[in-house]
Design a protein around this ligand. Structure first.
Ligand code: ADP
Ligand code: ADP
Length: 229
């Protein structure tokens, strides 16, 4: 069963109005379990819309979406995937640690286990000293790292990441890239990763999906040979 299967997916915002925008047209894409796929393409080509559709945050106008053979909605309920999107989406009233624990809480994990897992993830993203801070007390890049840690909390079979390293400085980005590859290999989770950086896409991915705008389509899918990784 593929991690993600999109078939003939179209998305039009404001259909039937003069402001109608076709964000996606005829998207066919299959991501295998454990596969790392990057989406690249110019701003406005529909990368975020595609990610939001897989995450069940947006409904396609037509076409079908399956996540591990389920509807996107069911996969969301079952917490089959972790999300790290550009706007970190952290809960402002919770501490950094409590934000990371949230997916585990929803899943009914016991407190001691939640805490141990959160502490491990805080170390992975280099924020151990900020466990008891509120998100607004952190820089944008640090908030992104919290969102990444949260997306990994449940050890999901699928990670959906929309420019997760966009606000990171070069050194932190390189460290996080390495951590992500290590984690993906260790857990065997599939990753769908949006980036503006071609080198980043080539470095991280098994396949690079190149999109073109107006309407958003898949222009080509480029396998990255092991030699290039
Ligand atoms: P990317 O992530 O590649 O920059 P997006 O998926 O954000 O592209 O956007 C694709 C197109 O859909 C753009 O033309 C954008 O303006 C439009 N769009 C995205 N979200 C909405 C929305 N909620 N309402 C109307 N148009 C939207
Ligand atoms: P990033 O590149 O992760 O966004 P910055 O460049 O803003 O981080 O900050 C660099 C370092 O400064 C951080 O790793 C952190 O140690 C410290 N720092 C930044 N913002 C804060 C803050 N609000 N409180 C405490 N330390 C901070």
């Amino acid at each position: 069963i593929p991690a993600v299967h999109l078939s003939a997916v179209d998305k039009t915002f404001g259909a039937g109005t003069s402001a109608s925008v076709t964000a996606l047209e005829g998207i066919d894409l299959t991501v295998a379990p454990g596969e790392f796929v990057s989406l690249i393409g110019p701003s406005g080509c529909g990368k975020s819309t595609l990610m939001r559709i897989v995450a069940d945050l947006e409904q396609p106008t037509s076409g079908t979406v399956a996540v591990f053979g389920k509807t996107a909605k069911q996969a969301r309920v079952d917490q089959d995937y972790g999300i790290a999107f550009q706007a970190a989406g952290l809960l402002p009233w919770r501490t950094v640690r409590a934000n990371i624990e949230l997916p585990l809480e929803l899943h009914g994990t016991k407190k001691a286990q939640r805490r141990a897992r959160a502490d491990e993830l805080l170390e992975t993203v280099g924020l151990t000293d900020f466990a008891n801070h509120r998100p607004e007390q952190l820089s944008g890049g640090m908030q992104q790292r919290v969102a990444i840690a949260r997306s990994l909390a449940e050890q999901p079979r699928l990670l959906l990441m929309d420019e997760p390293f966009g606000a990171l400085d070069e050194m932190t980005r390189e460290r996080m890239q390495g951590e992500l590859l290590r984690l993906a290999a260790a857990t065997g989770c599939a990753v769908v990763f949006v980036t503006h950086s071609i080198p980043e896409a080539v470095y991280l991915s098994d396949r690079v999906v190149v999109m073109s705008p107006r309407p958003g389509r898949i222009a080509e899918i480029v396998p990255v040979s092991l030699g290039e990784r």
